[in-house]
Design a protein around this ligand. Structure first.
Ligand code: FNR
Length: 366
């Protein structure tokens, strides 16, 4: 059962998310994506440029620390470690929902530490879609944020003991938030995916960035359910689409996509990039080292991921993350069944390099 108040909820979320990490590496939809290996396609790792442009900023690495926490003394200390790791490795970082700090300014410092420790880095603020335009401005100002994440979390609210049951105003609220801030807005889920229909609605609203944040990693049905007396929503476990399914099903007109949800390794990062994500968010997998070994442990983890991401791009012959659009992906298992149900041609994904320009091939053909 939950400790009372928002601070207790924030501590619960961290503890329960960490428990899920401690259960060990779980299979998810990323396992259904395999790169077709081309033994002569490799390039030199030191020529790979891993940088990406996201929402008006340049990131040295195509992955980031995604929204997690703040709002209690303990989570303020975690944010400090996350911020130091972001500063030392140069990755972008998103705050947890600033709601607690907006409602109780005494708690704002537990979020502001993300900017205080990382004055020159890319820092995103985060609020729920039901918040008011003035809250959005205050959240951005509090962190001098480079962008504002707005989370859509109807399933989490439904299972959360103190959660909302009122979702009909969300589209209008999102419109108001869009007009309230100068910085880009990144709409995100919290682990249940963004469908084709949702992405199209975002495009219609003029939202230019969306993080599909899908199922298969941190599971907020299980987190909120274990905070309920009676844990009576257990049957909702597994709701939603994975990041992989969301990316495969995204319409051509979708906003620029970020992917998160169940990213466990640099291979998952590269898979998500190959499926069309501009950059990749990691929450649960990066929380575990921080809780075990503080900022140093996360710095070591991110440094390793950076080297591995570069190495994987080199072996795949991708000089930049964008070049991964030419990689051939074999889609298997439940993701293949999802594609069949949605009419997505998996053969086209397995033969993308046929159409790709290849210096070697044209030289040979001459
Ligand atoms: C989250 N997540 C989250 N998302 C959000 O938009 N606002 C928030 O306040 C939080 N809070 C939060 C706390 C903790 C402890 C975790 C682990 C996660 C959701 C997160 O950003 C992401 O969408 C999901 O966790 C899926 O990614 P992972 O954890 O599987 O990498």
């Amino acid at each position: 059962m939950s400790a009372p108040g928002p601070a207790g909820r924030k501590d619960d979320h961290v503890r329960l998310a960490a428990d899920q990490q401690a259960e060990g590496r779980r299979g998810n939809d990323f396992d259904d994506i395999t790169f077709l290996h081309h033994a002569l396609d490799g390039i030199d790792a030191d020529t790979v440029d891993t940088s990406v442009e996201v929402a008006g900023t340049t990131w040295a690495l195509p992955f980031h620390i995604n929204a997690m926490t703040g709002g209690s003394a303990a989570t303020g200390r975690i944010n400090r470690d996350l911020a130091i790791a972001a500063r030392e490795t140069g990755v972008a970082i998103a705050s947890g929902s600033l709601s607690a700090g907006l409602d109780d300014p005494a708690l704002l410092s537990t979020f502001r530490v993300l900017r205080d420790e990382n004055p020159d880095g890319v820092v995103w603020a985060n609020i729920g879609v039901e918040r008011r335009p003035d809250d959005a401005r205050r959240a951005v100002d509090a962190l001098a944020a480079d962008a504002l994440q707005v989370h859509l979390n109807s399933i989490q609210e439904t299972v959360m003991p103190e959660g909302s049951r009122h979702f009909s105003g969300w589209l209008r609220s999102l419109e108001a938030l869009r007009d309230a801030v100068e910085v880009p807005i990144v709409v995100k889920e919290v682990g249940f995916g963004l469908s084709t229909r949702t992405l199209s609605r975002l495009t219609d609203l003029g939202i230019r960035y969306a993080d599909v944040s899908g199922r298969g990693g941190t599971d907020f049905v299980r987190i909120e359910n274990s905070r309920r007396a009676g844990a009576d929503y257990e049957y909702l476990t597994g709701w939603g689409q994975s990041a992989v399914a969301s990316l495969l099903d995204a319409p051509a007109s979708a906003p620029v996509l970020l992917a998160s949800g169940g990213v466990r390794s640099p291979l998952d990062v590269v898979r998500a990039l190959a499926l069309g994500a501009r950059a990749v968010g990691v929450s649960g997998t990066f929380l575990a080292p921080v809780l075990e070994g503080g900022a140093d442990a996360l710095i070591a983890r991110i440094t390793q991921w950076s080297a591995h991401t570069r190495a994987l791009l080199a072996v795949l012959g991708a000089a930049t993350p964008a070049d991964l659009v030419h990689s051939d992906l074999i889609i298997d298992g439940s993701v293949a069944r999802f594609c069949a149900a949605r009419g997505i041609d998996i053969t086209a994904w397995a033969r993308r390099s046929d159409a790709a320009p290849s210096t070697e091939r044209s030289r040979h053909d001459r």
